[in-house]
Design a protein around this ligand. Sequence first.
Ligand code: UVW
Length: 333
Amino acid sequence: MSSSPAITRPLPSYRQLQLRPRDVRGTSWGLFGWDDQLGSLNHLHPDRIRSAARLITEGRRINLNLPLTAFSKPLIAHRGHIHHEVFGLNEFHRDDRIDNFFPQASTQIDSLRHFAHPDRGFYNGTDPASITAGTAPLGIQNVAEAGIAGRGVLLDVARYRQWCGRPIDQDRGEQISVADLEATAQWQNLTLEPGDIVLIRTGWIEHFVRHNVPYAGISCGLEQSGEMAAWLWDGQFSLVAADNVALEAWPATNSQLPPARAEVKGALPRSSHTGMLHRILIPLLGIYIGELWDLDELARWCQCASRYAFFLTAEPLHVRGGVGSPANALAIV
Ligand code: UVW
C-alpha cells in the first residue's frame, strides 16, 4: 500500500451519516471501500502532500515526541514502564533490548483496532476474532506502510485561552469545545483545510511534564459530544492529535455522548470507556488519533513565525497487528 486513493466523490457530512441505512448509520463504513484500512488517512492525497512540502522554508526540524521513558509512573495504570538493557558481545560492541514495552505509554498514534463500539463493533464491521497479535486487519502496520506526511496545523488552544483571560485549568479535566477550537484558529489567522493533520495544544505537557506537577489522573481535552465528532469528520482531517493523555478530556465523566445500548440495557457494565469520544472517532468514523504529542517547541516556533501551518511526517512502528505505536512525528518548517 504505497499511497492513498483519491476520493472521487464528495463525502457525506456527519449529519448525512446519521441518515445512512440502519446497518451503517452514523458510520463512515464502506465510504473508502469495505476493505479500507486507512480511514481518515485517505485524505492525504498526493497533491495535498506536494503542496504541504512547499511550507518548508527554513529547513528546520522540530521533534514532536516525548522520550519513551517520559513517565516513570504510568499514566494509564496497566501500561508499565519499559526496561531498557544495553549489553555487549565483547568490550568493543554494544547492543540493546527493551522489555515491557507498551507502545502507547508515551507519544503515540492509535490504530483503528484500538477501540470497537460496543453496539456496532470495529471499523468497517471488521470481525473481532481477526483482531489478534500478528493479524493484519486494522493493524498499525497499515499506517507504517502508507506513511503519514502532509500539512500539519497547530491549534494552540492553551495560549489562546491564556490570551483571552480564561486559562485552561489543568487540574479540572476541562472539556475543550468546538467553539474554542474555532476561536483559536481564527485568532491565529489559520484556515483549516481538508487533509490537515490537526495538532491541538492544551498545555498538558507543559504543566505536568515540563513543570513537573504530579498528575492525579485528570486531563483536559476535547469535549465528548456529537458536535465535536461532527467537527472532526466534516473538516476531513487526516489525523488529530493533542499534547494530553487521551486527546479527549479524561476521565470521560462529563461526556455528552450517550452510553452504548448494551450499557443501558445492563448487558455490558459501564466502565471508564463509557461516553468516550474514542468510541465514535475510531470505530465508527475511522479517524486516526494521537496523544501525548509534544507540541511546546513547535508552538514557540509558530508564535515567533506567526505561522501555524507546516510540513509534518509521522511513521509508526511497522508492527503487524499493532494496536498503537510511538508516533515518530516530525514537523519541518
Ligand atoms: C485512554 O484510554 C485514556 O486513552 P488511550 O488508550 O487512547 O491512550
